[in-house]
Design a protein around this ligand. Sequence first.
Ligand code: URA
Length: 211
Amino acid sequence: MEKEKALQALSRELMEAKLPLLESNLVFGEGNINCQVLFIGEAPGQTENQLKRPFVGRAGKLLDELIKSVGWKREDVYITNIVKRRPPENRDPLPEEIEAYKPYLSRQIEIINPKIIATLGRFSMNYFLPFAKITRDQGKTFEVNGRVIFPLFHPAAGLRNPNMLKELKESFKKLPDVVIEATNLKANAKKEAADAAEPIQRANRPQDSLF
Ligand code: URA
């Protein structure tokens, strides 16, 4: 409930903010706010702008199929974009548009707090991994600030290029294992933190006995 309220507040704030691309509708994002995997694309297209929902056009249909191919449902994950309004003529978002929307994406991620962020295309990948190259690094896992980043080709690239589609499908198949790995990573981090805290607790014991 807290998360839902925080996301609603963020969406209201975005609606009122003086940001680029105000001539288009706000497409905030949707899905399971307690998801393990958050998908982040570039910016809404024409259909997304009309329906005010992310990934509901042709690229979205492919994303839905990919999600189903690993036994999940669209409702299991959360889907959003870096830039939350449609650039005209579906052009790439400009660097200043990405910069303007970045702080809102950061807050959205903090609220949802997913284990894994699967980036779709190079724009969202470079938000987390500025030096990564999509052809070299898609399908690999990275850890950034305790979160697993899993770059994927953009589904629209998969629709244009059969080789990219093949790689996208293969990388997508790794996602369930990436979730398991990320769960273990978190469990280990918790255990390490608990182990590290133990001597401190012991050191506190004599003082505790004063009361
Ligand atoms: N492409 C994107 O990057 N995002 C969408 O929501 C739709 C298409």
